[in-house]
Design a binder for this molecule. Structure first.
Ligand code: 5AD
Length: 346
């Protein structure tokens, strides 16, 4: 096993059989973790970047089978923030030290291009030193381009799974992997820093599909990579499926760090939800970003993608001091700069 890990460290890739060997062993190797940390340190030192996550709407026109805010979930308690609410979140976040705002929401038809353009332009002019990250789902090329021209810098759009038949099993008929990949490639062409990623342990996933995910990312060379364990939601068709594994997620974070040493990898909320120490373990596995919740507190529990999603304590943006302490205790330090991708070593 150690030979394989060293090979991955040196070559940034393996063949399918070798990847499968690492993924199928049921232990998370110390060596893998150690080498992932060496690579992270070469590019980012001990820095952990913080992003203020603004979940602006939980309305969604899509009906993804895994997601708690899917259109078909009539039990979801829906909300949307207006432009002023969103700017207030940024204001609050700026005071707390955030220099990246992530606008994330369901695909809510209320938010026309014009509305987003207004929001983006206002954030851009009020906070010229901040990065604006969008996570709005699929849109057409012109919308992506207009948002970029209005001042957005980064875009997160997970491919969710790079295996087509698997994609079709966990998504409704009107979504396709091809369209998803095209959107991601368009974002890159426009000039965004692009993030993609996938769920670990989603229903019907096989280890072989995870290798396809890694291959897709090798083509994309993403700036940011978000992964987290699948967690079931009680009001979705996948309510009876088992949750993904924390161990496999941590292992994949280390693998991703070795494959893409330059990348920004968040230790995600899903990881923090599956285990109280998940977020810290994610950082120790090679992640270097955390995204505390900056949404107004009265809507936080409504953006419920999966059961028991955490939103309080160090997950809350206003508890940045607590988070800072936890990060320091894990051996890292919170960086107050924008935290753009670094394609070269320090
Ligand atoms: N479990 C884990 N992650 C989920 N997401 C959506 N639903 C779930 C779930 N049940 C993830 C998707 C999406 C991101 C915003 O949240 O990967 O891209």
């Amino acid at each position: 096993m150690n030979d394989l890990i060293k090979k991955l460290f040196e070559n940034k890739t393996l063949n399918n059989e070798e990847f499968l060997d690492i993924l199928s062993s049921n232990k998370y190797d110390e060596e893998l973790k150690k080498l992932a940390n060496i690579r992270r340190e070469e590019y980012y030192g001990k820095d952990v970047y913080i992003r203020g996550l603004i979940e602006f709407s939980n309305y969604c026109k899509n009906n993804c089978l895994y997601c708690g805010i899917r259109a078909g979930n009539s039990k979801a308690n829906r909300y949307r923030l207006n432009t002023e609410d969103i700017l207030d979140c940024c204001e609050e976040g700026y005071k707390l030290g955030f220099r990246t705002f992530v606008l994330q929401g369901g695909e809510d038809p209320y938010f026309s291009d014009d509305i987003f353009l207004e929001i983006i332009s206002k954030i851009r002019s009020s906070f010229p030193d901040c990065a604006i990250t969008l996570s709005l789902g699929e849109r057409d090329y012109k919308s992506f381009k207009d948002f970029f021209d209005a001042g957005a810098n980064r875009y997160l759009l997970r491919h969710e799974t790079a295996n087509e038949s698997h994609f079709n099993k966990i998504h409704p008929n009107n979504l396709s992997l091809e369209k998803r990949k095209n959107c991601i490639l368009q974002l890159k062409e426009i000039g965004y820093q692009v993030g993609s990623g996938f769920m670990v342990g989603s229903p019907y996933q096989k280890l072989e599909y995870l290798i396809e995910d890694l291959r897709f990312l090798e083509i994309l060379q993403p700036d940011m990579i978000g992964i987290g364990p699948f967690l079931s939601h009680k009001d979705t068709p996948f309510k009876n499926f088992e949750n993904g594994s924390m161990c496999l997620t941590l292992k994949l974070i280390s693998i991703l760090r070795l494959m893409f040493p330059y990348s920004l990898i968040p230790s995600t909320t899903a990881l923090g939800t599956i285990n109280p120490e998940g977020r810290e373990l994610g950082l120790k596995a090679g992640a270097n970003v955390v995204m505390p919740n900056l949404s107004p507190s009265n809507v936080r529990n409504k953006y419920e993608l999966y059961d028991n999603k955490i939103y309080s304590g160090s997950e809350a943006a206003e508890s940045i001091e607590l988070l800072t302490k936890l990060i320091e205790k894990s051996g890292f330090k919170v960086s107050v700069n924008r935290g753009d991708v670094k394609r070269t070593t320090l």
